[in-house]
Design a protein around this ligand. Structure first.
Ligand code: C2G
Length: 728
């Protein structure tokens, strides 16, 4: 049984190491030596590696005190490897259980053998766990059946066109003799593309690159390029500089070899189109980089690249002739042409084009404010109360409200614009102020002079953005986008000290925090009286002789049709509740604004009222005698009313432990019982006075911690701070 040296360089990958190392030590092929190089990690990676090493003698660890780079780390692994074969895996990836075994069995006389690298988005990770096992079992059965035709399953990929282009040293079993004879090493001068110095000599040597089907390596797409970027998520400048340096070096050394030369040129042109042009047109670093790029362009064999696009051809020519000014003009022209072409593709693209090239150049209107709440879904939340305070106090501003459906009946004479209409872009480009309770789309840019007031939309229970672990989020770009979008906030409203602390860490927010409580909760202090409540009940057509239970749950990250459209099925038996509570109570249903499912209330008329589409939940709080919720931030607001709250947490374990993680201990800190069944709900409602007494102390503590800043004046304080007292 031949020994395989598995080489793993690790730098700050504590979240993923366990999965990576588990997949290696549990390989069905056991004759391994696992060389792990902890390259000066600042997190718990070192400890995790040591833990594994304690349990498995095949693991050999190296700890660098300081980061030396992935090239040096892998070379250290190579220097210490003793196996017949070497296999590289990244510390944030993982492999199927039979991967190494199948590579060894099938490598035959070849010097190397590779298999399929599957790219994962974070969402898929949980599913893949099962798939790896299934694939492995399946793989082994087929192995037995196909033993005789094994050789046939090694496909030879021929020709540079298909084989070398996506080549990576990851997931490739290489004979160590071959590495020694050819003196293959990783570059230690660059961070990105350090494996080119390993790969290019191979390409110059080999005609074909053997590939084994059904042999899997899972490559993770990391989702936190801000606090913990993967190497290839480094900034574009660094990537380009590293590339140019290693490209030049390789081209000088191996350029005369036809295969290696052509591979390097192909790679250069790819990076030129995808990275360098972007660097020049978006970041405008032409002066700085022009000569460096030109030196590399000199090394390209253009005569061999017949299919080259005319535009790129012309650009390369100017680079070769060192005509900086003409090159700049050409890049500008191409940038313009590209944008115009894009603009003509759809109405939205045209609007964005006009937004960028016309509206953003118009003067900024000092006295205009754009308001938006819950992505244009309704007229509600803190933006509503800030707006109404300004109206009532005669502030001298022009107001714009963004809605998905315009024509809403709202006080004042605000102009209503449809979200993503031409007017929307116009007003966002030309208004000095914006007030919103969630992020603005990435395509809206901030201008000099713009002031953004971010109200946010709740005290966090569920972990947010940079406090969320890396694994369960819907979109791998979520953290990066969030970071960029939140850089434009100038003021952020915080409802309590607890939230201020979390916003600082979870949003990496460093600017001014407005610590006055939530404007959206002012109404809970100003209108908590019989008359207002009665009026509201009448306008909502709720029977005046019944008490009201409000059920307002949140959404589940893992149950969706598409981003922003989530599923929800009510888990309480409303018919049973009607039987047992119907004489005294009615139920208001209020789904989260992400929920797309229509709730079926057939046969429950007169008992269940669905107010999921109602604008402002604060008004529903006011008329409710009991709130039932789950992990939604609504209970932090509702607690201002000091009325009873039940937590219907039938899926607590999954929600807390798998999906999100909480900031507080829900079992001991929340001001009401956690109930899991309809019977428990009915029981708690029937004995609500007892529940109140039982939770009095917890409630008081909770109120002090989370509601202490709310007193009915938040809107006033916020408005005076941000807009001064500029009244008509
Ligand atoms: N909301 C509502 N109806 C619901 C749930 C929520 O109107 N059934 C409103 C409330 O104003 C609530 C806000 O939407 O405070 C945020 O809802 P959450 O359920 O807390 O969930 P999410 O939108 O993920 O925001 O820091 C807070 C977090 O960001 C939570």
């Amino acid at each position: 049984m031949k020994k395989v040296s598995v080489i793993i360089a690790a730098y700050n990958t504590e979240e993923f190491l366990d999965e990576c190392l588990t997949s290696v030590v549990n390989q069905t092929y056991s004759n391994l030596e696992v060389l792990i190089i902890n390259d000066g990690s600042l997190d718990q990676s070192g400890a995790i590696i040591n833990e594994f090493a304690k349990r498995d003698k095949r693991i050999i660890c190296f700890h660098n005190d300081e980061r030396k780079g992935v090239g040096a780390a892998r070379n250290l692994g190579l220097d210490n490897a003793t196996g017949e074969f070497v296999y590289f895996i990244d510390s944030d990836d993982f492999i199927a259980l039979d991967t190494i075994g199948r590579l060894v069995e099938n490598i035959g006389e070849h010097d190397m053998l590779t298999g399929k690298r599957v790219r994962l988005t974070n969402k898929e990770d949980s599913k893949i766990g099962n798939m790896v096992e299934e694939e492995a079992d399946d793989g082994m059965i087929i192995e037995e059946i196909e033993e005789k035709v094994q050789e046939g399953r090694v496909r030879l990929r021929r020709g540079i066109q298909r084989s070398f282009r996506g080549m990576s040293i990851l997931h490739t079993l290489v004979s160590r003799d071959y590495i020694k004879v050819n003196n293959l090493r990783f570059s230690e001068e660059v961070d990105c593309y350090s494996d080119l110095s390993f790969i290019v000599p191979i390409i110059s040597e080999m005609r074909t690159f053997p590939f084994l089907t059904r042999c899997y390596y899972f490559k993770r797409r990391r989702n936190d390029p801000i606090s913990n970027p993967a190497l290839m998520q480094s900034d574009r400048e660094k990537k380009v500089l590293d590339f140019l340096s290693i490209y030049n070096q390789m081209k000088d050394q191996y350029g005369m070899n036809q295969r290696a030369g052509s591979y390097l040129d192909w790679l250069f042109l790819n990076i030129y189109r995808k990275q360098i042009i972007m660097l020049f047109s978006n970041q405008g670093c032409i002066d700085e980089f022009f000569n460096k790029v030109a030196v590399s362009v000199d090394k390209i064999d253009v005569s061999k690249r017949k299919k080259l696009n005319v535009v790129v051809k012309r650009e390369l020519k100017l680079l070769r002739k060192r005509k900086l000014e003409s090159y700049k003009r050409l890049i500008g022209l191409h940038h313009f042409a590209r944008n115009t072409k894009r603009a003509l593709k759809s109405r939205q693209k045209m609007y964005i084009y006009l937004y960028r090239s016309v509206f953003m150049r118009m003067p900024l209107k000092e006295k205009t404010i754009v308001f938006e709440s819950f992505l244009g879904k309704n007229y509600s939340d803190s933006p509503k109360y800030i707006y109404e305070y300004m109206l009532e106090h005669n502030y001298d501003f022009k107001y714009i409200w963004v809605f998905n459906k315009t024509g809403k009946e709202i006080p004042g004479n605000a102009k209503q614009v449809k979200r993503f209409s031409l007017a929307y872009y116009y007003y966002f480009a030309t208004s000095k102020f914006s007030v919103s309770n969630s992020r603005l789309p990435l395509k809206l840019n901030k201008r000099e002079g713009n002031i953004d007031l971010q109200t946010w939309h709740g005290t966090p229970l569920k972990k947010l953005v940079f406090d969320m672990n890396d694994i369960y989020s819907a979109n791998p770009n979520y953290k990066k986008h969030f970071f960029n979008q939140s850089r434009r906030w100038d003021y952020l409203i915080s409802p309590n000290q607890y939230s201020s602390d979390i916003f600082r860490s979870a949003f990496k927010y460093e600017k001014e925090m407005l610590e006055f409580g939530y404007p959206r909760n002012d109404i809970l202090y100003k209108k908590d009286n019989e008359e207002s409540i009665q009026n509201l009940k009448e306008s909502l057509q709720i029977p005046l002789d019944k008490k009201v239970i409000l059920y307002a749950p949140t959404w589940r990250d893992d149950e969706f049709y598409e981003p922003g459209k989530y599923k929800f099925a009510i888990q309480m038996d409303l018919h049973k509740m009607r039987e047992q509570l119907g004489d005294e109570y009615v139920v208001l249903l209020r789904m989260h604004y992400f929920i797309a499912d229509e709730i079926d209330t057939d046969g429950l008329e007169g008992f269940v009222y669905n107010y999921s589409k109602y604008d402002d939940i604060a008004e529903l709080y006011l008329i409710s005698d009991i709130l039932i919720t789950d992990y939604s931030s609504v209970f932090f607001d509702y607690a201002n009313l000091k009325r009873p709250i039940l937590f219907f947490t039938y899926d607590l374990e999954k929600y807390r432990d798998t999906l999100r993680g909480f900031y507080i201990d829900i079992e001991s800190e929340v001001p009401g019982p956690l109930v899991k069944t309809t019977d428990e709900i009915i029981d708690a409602v029937t004995n609500i006075e007892q529940v109140k007494t039982q939770y009095q102390e917890t409630y008081d503590r909770f109120y002090d911690k989370f509601c202490g800043w709310d007193n009915g004046n938040a809107a006033e304080n916020v408005v005076k701070t941000v807009f001064g007292e500029d009244v008509k």
